[in-house]
Write a protein that binds this ligand. Structure first.
Ligand SMILES: C[S@@+](CC[C@H](N)C(=O)[O-])C[C@H]1O[C@@H](n2cnc3c(N)ncnc32)[C@H](O)[C@@H]1O
Length: 409
């Protein structure tokens, strides 16, 4: 902890929503606005009608407060809900596309606080990419502009897929004290602060990558969430997203989350299972794309970072003692192969973030963990990129949203 947050006087989360669930998603057609906006604003996604777990279907960044006052029409809280995304995703008819030629898709497609010395900002550069300095080596991906752009694409992708900034049934009209674990570029924290002026949002990260010009109700700090948490005040909502392959001890992170929540407060964790598969066997296990993602997962696991926390989140929440637990899985296609327009957009975002992230996701793991040479890694990644561009490969990955409430007593 580098500097503690001191924002007094915020009330605990509303417990009125405790028995409120989320309505099931109603698939609706999407526009292709985001297709022309690789790093487009969430607003672009917000104007696309999307499948949404709440009535706020046309507003991915819309008010969960509205949802909080809407009676659930889905499964009772605590039960995994039936998921429209469990249906097999239909692919468009295969294009007349030889497997060994590159795709026509092409590549077109703060205020923060720290009491630490400038060493926090002394970012090392390796393999042409910039990495975090605080707790050097703890995290394997870069913190440079290219990576922050990739995180923005992911933000747009998952808010498009889920339809919301978060799904927990919190009354955001009331004051809330929110913590965003591993905030990255801070876009989630800023949007929550912007949308909900009664909330105070604190985002932390190993790197100080957050923007300087932010709403007055957001604050960032450099911190290691795997060190002791020493907040003077508890939170009413703690959010964590995309910490796959980052965290050494997930149950401990969830325990700390629980301990730092007010009674009645909510935690929501959204995360990937970093594993690619296809439902029509177009992604073979010996495909370079499949080999690459498996080797990245194995390398992350070898240094103790679970690459597939998504499907385990619900069990960890249960073991910790959270109540009113909700779980939903989203299948995220990779590429523009799905017929469904919204899934096509989601897949485009996914394609772009992987295409942009290949080197950043891989280099430290290939070179520092797997002991490959830079040249070996570069050759492999060229082949992976070629396969990524092949629209006849209908790859996808899973994304999980889990939220739960700390009991009132
Ligand atoms: C994949 S990014 C996700 C960022 C953000 N949560 C989002 O959804 O866009 C993971 C972030 O976690 C940060 N991180 C990794 N390990 C951390 C740790 N031990 N403490 C704080 N932040 C950490 C990284 O610096 C990076 O910004």
């Amino acid at each position: 902890m580098t500097e503690q947050d001191k924002k007094p006087g915020l009330a605990p989360a509303s417990t009125a929503a405790a028995t409120t669930g989320k309505a099931e998603a109603a698939p609706v057609a999407a526009t292709s606005a985001a297709a022309t906006s690789p790093t487009g604003s969430p607003a672009a996604a917000a104007t696309s009608p999307v499948e949404s777990p709440t009535a706020a279907a046309t507003s991915p960044t819309g008010s969960p407060a509205a949802a909080a006052t809407s009676p659930a029409t889905g499964s009772p809280l605590g039960e995994p809900t039936a998921n429209p995304q469990d249906a097999i995703i239909d692919a468009e008819d295969d294009e007349d596309y030889p497997d060994d030629i590159d795709s026509a898709l092409g590549d077109g497609q703060s205020t923060y606080t720290t009491s630490l010395a400038s060493s926090v900002f002394n970012y090392p550069v390796e393999f042409g990419r910039r990495y975090h300095a605080y707790q050097h080596g703890r995290y394997t991906r870069p913190n440079d502009e290219q990576e922050m752009d990739r995180l923005l694409i992911i933000h747009n992708m998952v808010t498009l897929a889920t339809g919301e900034l978060f799904l927990a049934p919190i009354d955001m009209e009331k004051p809330q004290r929110v913590l965003d674990i591993g905030t990255g570029n801070g876009v989630w924290a800023v949007e929550v602060a912007d949308n909900y002026p009664n909330a105070f949002v604190l985002g932390n990260d190993l790197s100080a990558n957050m923007p300087n010009f932010v709403p007055p109700n957001v604050k960032f700090e450099v911190d290691d969430v795997e060190s002791d948490w020493v907040y003077e005040e508890k939170f009413t909502f703690i959010f964590s997203r995309y910490m796959a392959a980052s965290i050494l001890d997930w149950p401990l992170l969830i325990q700390r989350t629980y301990e730092n929540l007010e009674p009645g407060g909510w935690a929501e964790f959204q995360d990937f299972d970093i594993h690619y598969y296809s439902e029509d066997d177009t992604l073979k296990s010996n495909d370079p794309l499949a080999i690459w993602i498996k080797s990245m997962g194995d390398a992350a696991a070898a240094i103790g970072r679970d690459p597939q926390p998504g499907y385990k989140l619900k069990g960890w929440f249960e073991n910790q003692g959270f109540t009113n637990i909700f779980h939903r899985k989203y299948k995220l296609p990779i590429g523009t192969w799905p017929k469904d327009p919204k899934l096509k957009q989601t897949g485009l975002h996914n394609f772009m973030q992987i295409n942009q992230g290949l080197e950043g996701l891989s280099m430290r793991l290939y070179i520092n963990v797997m002991k490959w040479t830079h040249e070996q890694a570069t050759v492999m990644l060229a082949e992976v990129r070629r396969r990524l561009h092949n629209p006849n490969i209908h790859a996808m990955m899973d994304y999980h949203v889990v939220y739960g409430q700390k009991p009132l007593n």
